[in-house]
Design a protein around this ligand. Sequence first.
Ligand code: ADP
Ligand code: MG
Length: 307
Amino acid sequence: MNEFSLIDTYFKNISPADENIVVGIGDDAACLSIPVDMELLISTDTLVEGIHFMKEWSPADIAYRSLAVNVSDIVAMGAEPKWVTLALTLPTMEHTWLQQFSHGFRDTLQQFQIALIGGDVTKGSLVITIGIYGLVKKGKAVKRSKAKEGDGIFVTGELGGAAFAVDALTGQSHINDGYMKKLLHPQPRLDFIPILQQFASAAIDISDGLEADLHHILDASGVGAFIALEKMPLYQDSALHFALNGGDDYELCFTVPQNNIHDMLNLVAKKHLQCTNIGVVTQEKGLRAKYLDGQIVLLEGKGYVHF
Ligand code: ADP
Ligand code: MG
């Protein structure tokens, strides 16, 4: 099998139908029709074996994760993910692996209602690069830079589950399936897109731990924050430091102007979603956190850094 039959076999017909695709897989470039009242969002994330996923993971789990982390970036802008490209670097052309990867990829495209529109195949160590394209109504993208003094700071869902799982696996301890699901199947918060669009002043997805990611909002917005750590929604028995400094949760952190909070919480309740107010944006720079014993500590915002 050469790379052209590989593409035909595993990637050509695995996407949900989409009338905005003028040209899909098979030409020199994909061609998309963008509605006149929309803006296009573009993002890329690479997953490297041994760093972002392990050799032992099932190909379907690797496919899911590579799409989920990319979807999360588009969602964090309050936008709808629409299309992806897949640049796949493979050590060998292994039929079983590719088949399982392709099935996992297809199921995930279906779940998120996005289409694969192109890509590349090369030989080398296993690396997966996804490019993702999303749409949002003109002027409605939610940026990191618009948090204002007095805005409430919210996080979706529960934090720390994925990092707790990584830690337990490293220490060879047993953990329940819930934690493994948090690690292998993070759920990008597509359900919060309308809430961000309507009410948020700034937003980010939590990929490197809340401390680092909240810092990105504060730095971009030129503000500080005060958070009360007793309010942190922890996943099961996870600990605060996993939520603050462990990555991979893919929940959202967002800020909401005080006069929007009431309506935002009503809509969240109506949709049976979960978000928690953990603090407030301050004019004074820096991230201050009140610990359970009342001590107030300045958090520097480390999180996971590659270099
Ligand atoms: P070119 O040589 O013109 O760059 P390629 O031979 O790399 O094109 O790819 C042929 C077609 O197949 C292109 O439309 C490309 O986007 C698509 N394609 C290549 N690899 C993948 C992949 N892994 N998944 C989906 N589409 C792919
Ligand atoms: Mg070409």
